[in-house]
Write a protein that binds this ligand. Structure first.
Ligand SMILES: Nc1ncnc2c1ncn2[C@@H]1O[C@H](COP(=O)(O)OP(=O)(O)OP(=O)(O)O)[C@@H](O)[C@H]1O
Ligand SMILES: [Mg+2]
Length: 353
């Protein structure tokens, strides 16, 4: 089992302060969720320090939303415990709820209300006093760059703007811990980057602890201080993005496409110097992990020339979180990503993303 002994180690947040000394904002210990005979979350443990951005990364059905629902008191825990801001969610759900803001996976803002009305309703639900509400709503709309849309009906917003509204709405009662379940799924690339930048700003300005789920590797890599990789309900790896990458044998990835490759080509690629793994991705495309990108590339090209195999394309990169995922799960996250990305929201004419 992956343990969380390195909690906070190496995660240096902005000032260079060692995060390990901070109190836990979230402590999940041996948590299990069963639906009948099916185990959706299987003995998962991790601790998130105050002020961290912590990512749960995994494919569809990995158990990310189930974990969030248990931590945020929405569904009962089958076994194990979750403490939020020091409160056991099973024993003190109201105290835990007061400390958190939650952005669920599905969009939930009311389409018939204006942006500002959606904010106000939440503020009232959370009993934010009127004197504070007006300033809080204005400040948050500014933070997510929606001030000029405050009187627009929510149904006229693009997907990215609606997501930004929901993020602002989730902060209206000044929570200390913010849970976001796939905040960028279905957004076009420009809107995704806008949401990332916004989350970084929010984190910097409000000293929030953020737990975010995603199946976008680049998002996890860029945003998160530490990442837990979840697969089939189990925690398979947990560390900072650089440490996760360093834990995979091989430091470079060569992606190459060949024409007329022989049946034993994969085996022959594997025998090249410093190569630690080879994946055939179909259509003559191979992904090769190596400890020495330039040396392996030279050998690879020489072997191809000698064997009468054409190199159609070739690129050498540093190891990515994709490789980390393959290393720990034996599968590619990207296969599942393609399905998940089936719907990409088109940009709306005349509306900024
Ligand atoms: N209410 C339920 N009853 C039975 N099974 C459930 C229920 N909710 C979730 N599951 C199952 O638990 C597993 C984990 O689901 P969960 O929604 O947590 O995955 P996820 O990682 O959030 O996936 P996605 O990326 O698609 O949102 C899945 O196999 C799902 O079918
Ligand atoms: Mg989910």
């Amino acid at each position: 089992m992956i343990t969380d002994s390195k909690s906070g180690n190496g995660a240096q947040i902005s000032s260079g302060e060692n995060v390990a000394a901070r109190p836990n904002a979230i402590a999940v210990d041996h948590i299990v969720k069963k639906y009948g005979d099916f185990t959706a979350v299987d003995d998962v443990s991790f601790h998130v320090k105050e002020g961290e951005i912590f990512g749960l990364l995994g494919p569809n059905g990995a158990g990310k939303s189930t974990l969030i629902r248990m931590m945020t008191t929405l569904i009962p825990i089958t076994a194990g415990t979750a403490h939020i801001a020091g409160h056991d969610v099973s024993k003190e759900p109201d105290a835990a709820r007061r400390a958190i803001g939650v952005i669920p996976q599905a969009l939930t803002s009311d389409l018939d209300l204006t942006v500002q009305e959606n904010m106000n309703i939440y503020a009232k639900l959370y009993d934010v006093p009127t004197s504070k509400r007006i300033a809080a709503v204005a400040e948050l709309l500014e933070l997510v760059d929606l001030t000029k849309w405050k009187d627009a009906q929510t149904k006229t917003l693009s997907g990215g703007m609606r997501r930004r509204l929901e993020i602002a709405r989730g902060l209206v009662h000044s929570p200390r811990i913010f849970f976001l379940d796939e905040p960028t799924t279905g957004l076009d690339p420009v809107s995704r980057v806008a949401v990332w930048e916004m989350l970084m700003n929010i984190k910097a300005s409000r000293n929030l602890t953020i737990l975010i789920t995603t199946h976008y590797m680049d998002e996890a890599d860029r945003l998160c201080d530490r990442i837990a990789i979840v697969d089939h309900g189990k925690l398979v790896a947990l560390d900072t993005p650089p440490a996760l990458k360093a834990s995979v044998p091989g430091s470079n990835v060569i992606e190459a496409q060949f024409l007329n490759a022989s049946a034993d080509w994969e085996e022959r690629l594997h025998s090249l110097i410093n190569v630690t793994s080879v994946q055939h991705e179909g259509a003559g495309m191979y992904r090769i992990l190596t400890g020495d990108g330039s040396r392996t590339t030279t050998e690879l090209v020489e072997m191809a020339v000698k064997s009468g195999v054409s190199v159609k394309s070739l690129s050498v990169q540093n190891t990515s979180l994709d490789d980390v995922f393959v290393h720990y799960t034996g599968r590619q996250l990207r296969d599942e990503l393609v399905k998940a990305m089936g719907y990409v929201m088109p940009p709306r004419p005349g509306v900024q993303p």
